[in-house]
Ligand binder design. Structure first.
Ligand code: COA
Length: 475
């Protein structure tokens, strides 16, 4: 049911959804194959320290926890009820939650508007709204909060911890991408699966993560369709000067629109309208899941790029050419190194190197040469952002170069962004993870590094446009 405008009280109450002190799993199952068992196990094994109440009238104990036949029998308060009973008994479960005074509901149960059961869905929303209970879903995978260690979902684990809040209109995608957060070290503060968004909508989640959640400094969204467009834009306008918002709008092709309609009942709408709206309200649009994750990684770790001069430092001419092409494609064209900087960079390369942009310290570029060049670039006022590219050679170890990047970065604490690309095998992968854990977004290709830097420039422009002009430190 469309929201009647942004509800500030709902935004406020979302703290019970994402930072609950107690969770009831309504439909906690004894059967390890069932979703209701997995949700309970995720809370217990994820290390959640709040109170957990399994609700099941047919069981007395699951995983050593006492079961209650209904939320009404629970002795303490319930912040979040995670509903995992079939659709036909979900309404009864919601009525009990209302009677109990449950503060928020996340409903995993499918079988509502996405299959034409709009009436059943509206009935549940009506009960929740009459009782002031925010409802997330139905038809979701659940929610996860990594710092609270609250995995109220049937995702395989908590996400890798970090500062991006991920709002996904696809539950299955959210589950799969939790794996990516570990693999690519893209840290999430929270994950919210929004499903049919029968009640709580994108706008309210954006405002919660944007204005009330200090653990979040970037919001990433997978969107199939919006049905409360003006509210979405209002929320983004409010948040974008403070925290970056990045979105992947899926369902752009003719067949994609139809697929989105049958997936979450969404009206995917004309792609150009979405792109124009994103621009107006300060949302950075990306075109693939990889771009969404890469941009979120960079935006959550680094300050925006204020100004149009990125410098590229590389030990491989080819990597520099690829990065230059990518930079132009992504809207941050490369121009010549200022003469004074050119002069000082000369010290860190052989005669046949090039101090032009890209700065090529050549295959003879050892870790100390990288470090010297990086120090010069970070200290130069004309450089607005830095991309360090490294091709694995026999004369340098990836970890040595990683340290050569990190040392000046941690000492100089620059108010300008830095990204890196480590091109090579497993040793590069290891060095990349080491850098990411220390706040430097690192990618396996020059193109991905430049795409990430372009997201930081896009956010710099948004901050300039909306008035939040000063650079902000994110790491
Ligand atoms: N209150 C609480 N629990 C109750 C109950 C009640 N009133 N009545 C029955 N239960 C218990 C059942 O006894 C069962 O536990 P048990 O296995 O120990 O007997 C448990 O609740 C689950 O009920 P069950 O009927 O077995 O449901 P299910 O596990 O087969 O399916 C859903 C429930 C919610 C998972 C299913 O209906 C569904 O919607 N699946 C799709 C979910 C999905 O994909 N969401 C979108 C993700 S992207």
């Amino acid at each position: 049911m469309r929201i009647p405008g942004i509800r500030e009280d709902v935004v406020e109450k979302l703290k019970f959804m994402f930072e609950p002190d107690s969770v009831a799993v309504v439909g906690a199952s004894r059967d390890p194959e069932k979703i209701g068992y997995q949700c309970l196990r995720n809370l217990v094994e994820g290390g959640y320290e709040g109170r957990i109440y399994p609700i099941n009238p047919n069981a007395s104990e699951i995983m050593g926890l006492k079961c209650f036949p209904s939320v009404l029998e629970v002795p303490g308060e319930i912040d979040l009820a995670l509903i995992v009973v079939p659709a036909k008994i979900a309404k009864r479960a919601v009525e009990d939650c209302a009677r109990k005074g449950v503060k928020a509901i996340a409903m995993i149960t499918a079988g509502f508007s996405e299959i034409g059961n709009k009436e059943g869905e509206d009935e549940i929303v009506r009960i929740c709204r009459e009782n002031g209970i925010p409802l997330l879903g139905p038809n979701i995978v659940g929610i996860a909060n990594s710092w609270k260690k609250c995995n109220a979902s049937f995702c395989q684990s908590l996400p890798y911890a970090g500062k991006t809040a991920f709002i996904s209109q696809s539950g299955a995608l959210a589950i799969a991408l939790i794996g990516w957060t570990w693999l690519y070290r893209v840290g999430l503060s929270s994950m919210a699966s929004i499903g049919n968004k029968a009640d709580v909508d994108f706008s309210e989640l954006i405002l919660y993560f944007g204005e009330r959640d200090e653990r979040t400094n970037c919001i990433a969204m997978y969107i199939e369709g919006l049905d409360a467009g003006p509210e979405f834009m209002e929320a983004c306008r409010r948040v974008s000067p403070k925290k970056p918002l990045v979105a992947l709008k899926a369902g752009k092709s003719e067949r994609g629109v139809a697929a989105a309609a049958s997936h979450t009942g969404s009206l995917a709408g004309a792609p150009l309208i979405y792109s124009a709206a994103f621009k107006q309200c300060g949302v950075i649009e990306v075109n693939s899941l990889i771009e969404l994750f890469d941009s979120a990684l960079a935006l959550s770790l680094q300050p925006p790029m204020l100004g149009d001069f990125p410098l590229i430092i590389t030990n491989g001419g080819g990597a520099g050419v690829c990065a230059t092409d990518a930079a132009e494609r992504y809207g941050i064209p490369i121009s010549d190194t200022p003469p004074d900087l050119r002069e000082s960079l000369r010290k860190y390369m052989p005669e046949f190197g090039s101090p032009k942009n890209p700065v090529d310290i050549t295959g003879m570029g050892t870790a100390d040469k990288y470090e010297g060049a990086i120090r010069e670039a970070l200290a130069h006022p004309g450089v607005n952002g830095l991309a360090v590219l490294y091709c694995h050679t026999a004369i340098t170890s990836p970890m040595g170069v990683a340290e050569a990047i990190y040392r000046p970065y941690s000492e100089l604490k620059p108010q300008k962004p830095i990204v890196a690309a480590f091109i090579g095998g497993s040793e590069c992968e290891e060095a990349s993870s080491w850098l990411k854990e220390r706040g430097i977004p690192t990618f396996p290709s020059p193109e991905r590094a430049m795409r990430a830097l372009s997201a930081l420039r896009a956010y710099g422009k948004i901050r300039e446009r909306f008035g939040g002009a000063g650079a902000i430190k994110r790491a």
